[in-house]
Write a protein that binds this ligand. Structure first.
Ligand SMILES: [Ca+2]
Ligand SMILES: [Ca+2]
Ligand SMILES: [Ca+2]
Length: 244
């Protein structure tokens, strides 16, 4: 859009829109020399073509516009923002907690399913109900490793896309690996021995008694009861000197 003086000198020249197909269908000038244009644009929003009304004051600065978007163009976009696992080493048959943070980046309230996986094995599915735009929520999945063979597992979570969602790359989140090992193998060397017992002492946590020198570590809390104490020692005793 250009503005010319009465002598056909170009006063200013402005380009509006973007890389999509943008069309101006009509232009008018009001009594204050404000230029008004109506047309369609594909540049400013995702989805189909939108109608616009655009205004430039006579100065050429501080333009504004209004877009009319179709109702079907409301953005739907859920995301898994983060994933963390309480333990990177877990005794077979015991629990690890998987915390998954989901965020609604779309424009409407969404209800959707999130599934946590160990490799390709579904651990659990949970339903997020009525998550408002811009809101986030942390889900906790309790992974019971009973029946999982001793091995490394890649932990991930997947949010099933909602209707109308087009950007789904961020619906999947892959975390690091977790080792399922012999209960009592706290240091993950696949054998239960004195060095694992040493980890229990170092991470002793049994309030109101004082912590061990290194404080609470979920890995040393083999039975996942929030304490590292004689019950965890007894698990080491049961598997003493066992190896994979
Ligand atoms: Ca998404
Ligand atoms: Ca060990
Ligand atoms: Ca414990």
């Amino acid at each position: 859009m250009s503005s010319f003086s009465a002598y056909m000198h170009e006063l200013w020249n402005r380009v509006w829109g973007g890389s999509g197909s943008d069309y101006g269908y009509g232009v008018a000038v009001d009594s204050t020399n404000t230029i008004v244009m109506a047309g369609t644009t594909e540049s400013l929003e995702v989805g189909l073509r939108d109608a616009f009304t655009l205004k430039y004051p006579s100065s050429g600065f501080q333009s504004w516009y209004i877009l009319w978007k179709g109702l079907s163009e409301t953005t739907h976009d859920i995301t898994i923002a983060s994933l963390s696992v309480s333990k990177t080493i877990v005794g077979q048959g015991y629990f690890a907690n998987i915390n998954v943070n989901v965020t609604n980046h779309g424009e409407v309230t969404e209800t959707f399913n999130v599934t946590a996986y160990a490799d390709t094995i579904a651990i659990e599915a949970q339903t997020v109900t009525s998550l408002d735009p811009s809101e986030n929520l942390t889900l906790t999945f309790n992974w019971n490793t009973t029946g999982f063979v001793t091995d490394n597992y890649t932990i991930s979570a997947y949010a099933t896309p909602v209707a109308g969602e087009t950007f789904t790359d961020d619906n999947n989140y892959i975390d690091g690996t977790v080792l399922v090992t012999i209960p009592g193998d706290i240091n993950g060397d696949r054998t239960v021995d004195i060095s694992d017992a040493g980890q229990i002492i170092a991470h002793w946590h049994s309030p109101p008694f004082p912590d061990g020198p290194l404080g609470y570590d979920p890995i040393a809390d083999i039975n996942n009861d929030g304490k590292t104490n004689i019950l965890d020692v007894s698990i080491i005793n049961v598997n003493w000197h066992k190896s994979l």
